[in-house]
Design a protein around this ligand. Structure first.
Ligand code: ADP
Length: 264
């Protein structure tokens, strides 16, 4: 596995608060970071930005319920009659002194997250049972995890013994003028289109708790902006780019489309 980020150019990231400073303070003090926030609000982009800014290799793992400790740490592979050890992304990041970012960490099985414990406290070690090695993380290594406290995760949550090892930052959707800047930065769409899409998102987010599992994300606004820029009718673009990704209920979709029709 190769690091995700070539360190030459820094991915665009519009800061919403003091998250850049928090990240740098945590990194300098060798503290792990937990980022919580809704899907599509910029968590992954933020980490890519910070990794490039600090010139660190980044290993990203999208967690899921089949993820095993071996997927993170590594395993023996057999080929040509030989057994060779192959580092997993967590081990690579530790060896290289980079960032390991575990996206949606609550999806991972509890026994998987336990391998993070000795890395996420002041020991900063990674014992590799299979090889007998105990890696000491270099000062530049940083463990970052994220999760979405909304949907379905209320019950799953994170064990207190895991979460209390992290400095924690809450992310939310950007303020309107910031989200407009992100849309323009990401898609080069006209400012008026950015304004309208952000207004739609504002109206949809106000409905969130009533009808929808998840609010309209910045990512979906970017999709709609790209489709419209490419010549699609704005109402149709918002339907496929935003509304149909938010709900499977046809009636709810029609109700949400009224917000769109009122704007375009
Ligand atoms: P998350 O990891 O929170 O699900 P992402 O980081 O993948 O979300 O964000 C989704 C997309 O939205 C990104 O690819 C990027 O285009 C855009 N985006 C969201 N927030 C920002 C931001 N603050 N600055 C720049 N782009 C952003």
């Amino acid at each position: 596995m190769k690091p995700d980020t070539p360190n030459l150019d820094i991915p665009y990231y519009q800061a919403g608060g003091n998250e850049v400073e928090v990240f740098e303070h945590a990194w300098r003090n060798r503290l792990p970071l937990l980022i919580k926030g809704p899907t599509g609000c910029g968590k992954t982009r933020f980490i890519a930005h910070m990794a490039a800014r600090l010139g660190l290799p980044l290993y990203t793992v999208a967690c899921h319920d089949d993820l095993t400790a071996a997927d993170l740490v590594g395993r023996h592979l057999i080929g040509d009659g030989k057994t060779v050890w192959c580092d997993g992304p967590l081990t690579r990041a530790v060896r290289e002194g980079g960032i390991c970012y575990l996206d949606e960490v609550v999806e991972a099985r509890k026994d998987t997250t336990v391998v993070l414990h000795p890395l996420a406290d002041d020991r900063r070690i990674l014992p590799i049972d299979r090889t007998g090695e105990v890696l000491e993380a270099p000062p530049s290594f940083m463990l970052v995890v994220s999760y979405n406290p909304g949907y379905q995760n209320l019950l799953k949550g994170m064990k207190p013994s895991t979460r209390q090892r992290f400095v924690s930052v809450r992310f939310d959707f950007p303020r309107a003028e910031q989200e407009e800047a992100i849309l323009i930065g990401e898609t080069a769409c006209p400012p008026d289109l950015a304004r309208r899409l952000v207004a739609i998102a504002g109206a949809l987010r106000a409905l969130k708790d009533r009808d929808l599992e998840e609010a309209a994300s910045t990512r979906l606004l970017i999709y709609a902006a790209l489709l419209i820029k490419d010549g699609m009718d704005p109402v149709a673009a918002c339907r496929v780019g935003i509304i149909e990704s938010l709900t499977d209920d046809a009636e709810v979709a029609e109700a949400l489309m009224e917000v769109v029709s009122a704007t375009f």
